[in-house]
Design a binder for this molecule. Sequence first.
Ligand code: ZN
Length: 193
Amino acid sequence: MEKVFGKVGESIWKFTGGDKSNVYLIDGAKKIIIDTGNRTYRDHLKNFMGKAVDFDKVDVVIFTHLHYDHSGNFDMFPQAQFYASPEEIQAFRENPEGTVLDAVVAEKLSSIQILPLPKELHGLKVIETPGHTVGSICLWYEKEKALFTGDTFFRSKMQGRVDLPTSAPHEMKNSIMKLIDVPYKILCPGHDY
Ligand SMILES: [Zn+2]
């Protein structure tokens, strides 16, 4: 699928990795990246996103979860503080490869400090949505009525897989229910399914 990069909101940029996962930039008072994509399209991501942001100036990277296609390019942002949910960090400690699904990326990720996400960070409210993984989260950006859903919820396929090593299949339904009343205008899923 063609790689595309463009604005989807006032301050929100999206790099479309198609089925290979999306990367978002919130270009506000803080420069925030939501998910860092798959290493297989690293050069594309550098070229496209490099036009909108200086990678050294990215303050914060938030992972919706730690699968390799969402965490793969974390090292493009050398000055950033990294965040994931406490549950996802715990899963990574217990089972790095099962949490990342790629031994190489898991090894690289173990070299950085990933901080536990507070309930709200720089205007982004965390919605805990275990299911796809035990520590999966969605992020609600009230200011632009944008909802970042990682691999929990997509446009056409209602929900993400729950058959992976750190999935929590019994919690998925409850997690999806949490999203139903969110009055989003911009949906920012992890993949364009
Ligand atoms: Zn995933």
